[in-house]
Design a protein around this ligand. Structure first.
Ligand code: UP5
Ligand code: MG
Length: 192
């Protein structure tokens, strides 16, 4: 794996903060490839013959973090197969061990985009999405567990990158368009 070849930006933020939504905008305007760790795990969970299907499903439903070996292998495979060089890695790393391991074994991140959002805003969004999403974790019990995991395990990752001066924080309670104006400005500064 030629680490030098890649530009990786981690896109972090609580459940429902808008990571996926904003990544789509960035793909359109900045030629990044979007890899959502959650989407990759859900695809693996549905893949016939996957030995991790049950494990992934139960972790997602319980808001727990899937063992990092599985997620890192899926990300690495997706990066390889895509053939692109600029990646937005969405919803990963969400635990310290994953952050250290990924940067050691795969690629160091260039920058970290962090979406800051109050829980009540994220809760409203996720419950609304849950009416149609079919996601096993878009229900009040799972959402509470996801929030807890975020505070206890994922937020320390943001603090870790903050100490390295890599984090750009965007408050994202506004409309998707208004949030994107801020995100776009950050990306213009770094990548154009
Ligand atoms: N929406 C978005 N922006 C809005 C705005 N500004 N105003 C109003 N509404 C807005 O958005 C969520 C909803 O809000 C949508 O309906 C959207 O239209 C609306 P979205 O862009 O989907 O937010 P996002 O932050 O991507 O939310 P998501 O639910 O995907 O976040 P999670 O981090 O919880 O989910 P993820 O898929 O990353 O992970 C799911 C689970 O997988 C984890 O809980 C964990 O169990 C597992 N996982 C791992 O174990 N390891 C990993 O590395 C990654 C995941
Ligand atoms: Mg998402």
């Amino acid at each position: 794996f030629d680490k030098e070849k890649y530009t990786v930006v981690f896109v972090l933020g609580g459940p429902g903060s808008g990571k996926g939504t904003q990544c789509q905008n960035l793909v359109r305007d900045f030629g990044f490839v979007h890899l959502s760790a959650g989407d990759l795990l859900r695809a693996e969970q549905r893949r016939p013959g996957s030995e991790y299907g049950e494990l992934i499903n139960s972790c997602i439903k319980e808001g727990k973090i899937v063992p990092m070996e599985i997620t890192i292998a899926l990300l690495e495979k997706a990066m390889r197969e895509d053939g692109g060089t600029r990646f937005l890695i969405d919803g990963f790393p969400r635990k310290m061990d994953q952050a250290v391991k990924f940067e050691e074994a795969v690629c160091e991140s260039k920058s970290v985009l962090f979406f800051e959002c109050p829980e009540e805003v994220m809760l409203t969004r996720l419950l609304h999405r849950g009416e149609t999403s079919g996601r096993v974790d878009d229900n009040i019990e799972s959402i509470r567990k996801r929030f807890k995991t975020f505070v206890e395990q994922s937020y320390p990752v943001v603090q870790y990158f903050e100490k390295q001066g890599k984090v750009k924080t965007v408050l994202c309670v506004d409309t998707p368009e208004k949030v994107y104006e801020k995100v776009k400005e950050i990306f213009r500064d770094i990548f154009k």
